[in-house]
Design a binder for this molecule. Structure first.
Ligand SMILES: [Zn+2]
Length: 199
């Protein structure tokens, strides 16, 4: 295992490529299962690739998973991933349209509490969930905790208006399987989602 001086393991290029191939196998399998078009060969192929990986779950979870589509944001996303402690999984579970919002949220949190930690950054029910944690060994005042909570609540509200795929203005959209995602009209049409009707 190659490790930096901070003990965060690095995936080799081969491991990264294998991992992305496996993720795409499983995404395709999930879609095929939903559409009813999956075949036993699809499932067998996806699992065969996973089993052939010589997979080390601890190394995988603790390695930095800068998204392949991070582009110009790669360096700052890496600094955010480095805030995640061992065992939580150093990746973002959101799509590229929200990377600027994630980065702006990190900047606001860091201005209040420079060594704050991140537990998870993910999408849930179509909006951004950004789970911060105090720096190691620090107890925060209730005022500071409330200020940090207010930042992530702002980010959650803002995410409801930003397409998670492309970053254009978006609204909550629903797939025919009732999965929800905040999307612009263009991305929604491409993915077969329709706006959620207010009740
Ligand atoms: Zn979009």
């Amino acid at each position: 295992m190659s490790e930096g001086d901070d003990n965060i393991p690095s995936l080799t290029d081969t491991e990264k490529i294998l991992w992305r191939a496996t993720e795409s196998d499983f995404a395709a399998m999930g879609e095929a299962l939903c559409n009813g078009t999956t075949t036993p060969d699809d499932v067998e192929g996806a699992f065969a690739r996973l089993l052939s990986m010589d997979y080390d779950p601890h190394k995988h979870r603790n390695a930095l998973h800068v998204p392949a589509d991070a582009g110009e944001h790669a360096a700052v996303i890496e600094t955010i991933l480095r805030r995640i402690p061992d065992g939580w999984g150093r990746w973002l579970s959101v799509d590229a349209g929200w990377y600027p919002l994630v980065i702006a949220t990190d900047a606001r949190l860091a201005a209040l509490h420079p060594r704050y930690r991140v537990h998870q950054i993910k999408e849930k029910f179509g909006t951004l969930r950004y789970y911060w944690w105090p720096a190691d060994g620090q107890t925060l005042s209730p005022e500071l905790s409330a200020a940090l909570d207010a930042v992530v609540e702002d980010a959650e509200r803002a995410s409801a208006l930003i397409c998670e795929r492309c970053g254009q203005p978006g609204v909550l959209q629903q797939s025919r399987r009732a999965w929800v995602e905040t999307l612009c009209a263009f991305c929604a049409a491409a993915l077969g989602y329709l706006p959620v009707q207010p009740h």
